[in-house]
Ligand binder design. Sequence first.
Ligand code: HEM
Length: 134
Amino acid sequence: MHLAAYFLQIRTVHVVCVAASISLFVARGAWVLLSGRGLWRWLRVAPHIVDTLLLASGLTLAFLIQQYPFFNSDWLTAKVVGLIAYIALGVVLFRGPRSTIVRATAGLMALLVFAYIVSVAVSKQPAGFLTAYL
Ligand code: HEM
């Protein structure tokens, strides 16, 4: 059968990965900020697997609807830019300076960026929830 026939299933995989990604992010963030100790091995490995699947399913969906970031789709471009910001803020939180305040701020900003990406996905508008302020 054609890949397009599985669009809804692939979108479900994508959305489940979205939920898993943010849950793991919050769990990891809370752990490193509150305990200050090293992470369980699986809590270091699982996010990479989930995030790879999130990206792969997102790219597959983009291919199926023939919309491509930086090419013909403003809202997908906004999502990818948001994703890069989310990853960068995650690097500051998990590998950044010792300062708890800097890391906690990066973590909170990452949550905001994540909410923005979801709002872009749902509205299919590059401004997402910022539309209300524009
Ligand atoms: C942190 C990263 C991401 C989050 C939080 C996210 C979130 C979501 C959500 C919640 C939906 C469902 C929207 C709905 O059914 O109304 C969705 C759909 C989708 N996402 Fe993502 N996504 C992310 C990354 C990506 C990436 C990197 C791509 C591809 C470049 C992508 C492409 C798509 C596409 C094409 C759809 C389907 C749109 C449609 O229903 O026509 N996503 N995303």
